[in-house]
Design a protein around this ligand. Structure first.
Ligand SMILES: Cc1ncc(COP(=O)(O)O)c(C=O)c1O
Length: 398
């Protein structure tokens, strides 16, 4: 009798509803595609093309050589927290107690997640701009909150209007998540407009989650730290980091600064999940703050040169482009091609080997736009513009 071969059954995995609710990042999906292609110019991933400045790397190497390889305190090294408190006081005039009001995290990504999980109960609503950074709505959903997206428009400089926010406030609104300078639009909110949001936070007793990771990357305008607005320290969870300004994406260091009760709650979650941020990363971050800030100024000057080239280049092609005043993204309209932003990005990659991110990855209001990151060599930006011109000329419908 023939022996029947046993075919192993694939186990059907049970995935929790909260994970099922998330859609995969529209950015990553795109870059998996890109990694298998050659000759691509990427205006895609939002990270500096510079390596971390040498004095910062050197400080971390030295600490490893000296054997500083153990855990740190859950909250982060006292030296880094003290230096950060000094930095926030010097640059923004806000006083934070380094021992109870600052937590060092694994990038702003972790700080955002902790802030949501510490502050949001199931069903609480959190207002955020649309378009905005891909992790905003996901972090709210993971905390079992409800994202309440407020449309922002090119015509009004992609600013979040206090009037629109107030209309969206309900009994369940718990907070407002803002991120200016903005990823993906490059918009910077003026102090005046932020003050109007601050008044709402006070009036409706809301927490403002303020992601200021791009705060140092501004061009000809000032960045206003939300916590520095009158009375706002008590209402604000300031999220900041080292990834963008110091070209330190791979080190994974960020921080949260907020009133003591909030930091205590966030630290409880952090200590059971991360324990602490990487020790060598914290040494590097300390050096970033203590060392001269010329490296940041130089990178900002270089981003500014590229910003001017890309914005002019895109406008010349006929892709009208709002002038970004911060971060390192241009967000041109691609409406003249009649394509959806996903179609545009896919075809541009396939036909001209230029990678951009579809605006729809950042929310419904990002449809009709693509995000072009200009943290890449000027020569690549110029070549990408030539290829985009060829592409747009071929498909322009209006
Ligand atoms: C607006 C914004 N916030 C947070 C992050 C996450 O940064 P980190 O590397 O500190 O986790 C990013 C990364 O792209 C971002 O663009």
């Amino acid at each position: 009798m023939a022996v029947q071969k046993r075919v192993p059954q694939k186990r059907k995995q049970h995935i929790a509803a909260r994970a099922n609710k998330l859609s995969p990042s529209g950015i990553r999906k795109f870059f998996d595609l890109l990694s298998s292609m050659e000759g691509v110019i990427s205006l895609g991933v939002g990270e500096p093309d510079f390596p971390t400045p040498w004095h910062i790397r050197e400080a971390a190497i030295e600490s490893i050589e000296q054997g500083q390889t153990m855990y740190t305190s859950n909250s982060g090294t006292p030296e880094l927290r003290k230096e950060l408190a000094r930095h926030l006081k010097t640059y923004h005039g806000v006083d934070y107690d380094p021992m109870s009001e600052i937590l060092i995290t694994v990038g702003v990504s972790e700080a955002l997640d902790l802030a949501m999980r510490a502050m949001i109960d199931p069903g609480d609503e959190v207002i955020h701009p649309d378009p905005s950074f891909v992790a905003y709505s996901s972090s709210i959903i993971l905390a079992e909150g409800v994202p309440a997206a407020i449309p922002t428009y090119e015509e009004t400089n992609f600013e979040l209007s206090a009037t629109a926010i107030e209309k969206r406030i309900t009994r369940k609104t718990r907070g407002i998540l803002i991120g200016f300078p903005s990823n993906p639009t490059g918009a910077v909110m003026s102090k005046q407009k932020l003050t109007e949001i601050a008044e709402l936070a006070r009036k409706h007793n809301l927490t403002v989650f303020s992601d200021e990771i791009y705060g140092k990357l501004v061009y000809g305008v000032e960045h206003t730290c939300f916590a520095s607005l009158p009375g706002m320290k008590e209402h604000t969870i300031l999220l900041g980091g080292f990834s963008k300004a110091y070209a330190m994406t791979g080190w994974r260091i960020g921080f949260a600064a907020a009133p003591k009760e909030i930091i205590t709650a966030m630290t409880k979650i952090h200590q059971y999940t991360m324990m602490c941020a990487s020790t060598m990363g914290q040494v590097a971050a300390l050096e970033a703050l203590k060392g001269g800030q010329d490296c940041v100024t130089e990178m900002v000057e270089e981003y500014n040169r590229r910003r001017l080239v890309i914005v002019k280049g895109l406008c010349d092609i006929g892709l009208s482009c709002f002038e970004p005043k911060g971060a390192f993204y241009a967000f041109p309209s691609i409406k003249c091609t009649g394509m959806t932003s996903e179609e545009f990005a896919e075809r541009l990659l396939a036909e001209e080997k230029v990678a951009v991110v579809p605006g729809s990855a950042f929310g419904a209001c990002g449809e009709g736009y693509v995000r072009c990151c200009y943290a890449t060599a000027l020569s690549d930006i110029e070549e990408a513009l030539k290829r985009m011109k060829r592409f747009v000329n071929k498909y322009r419908v209006k």
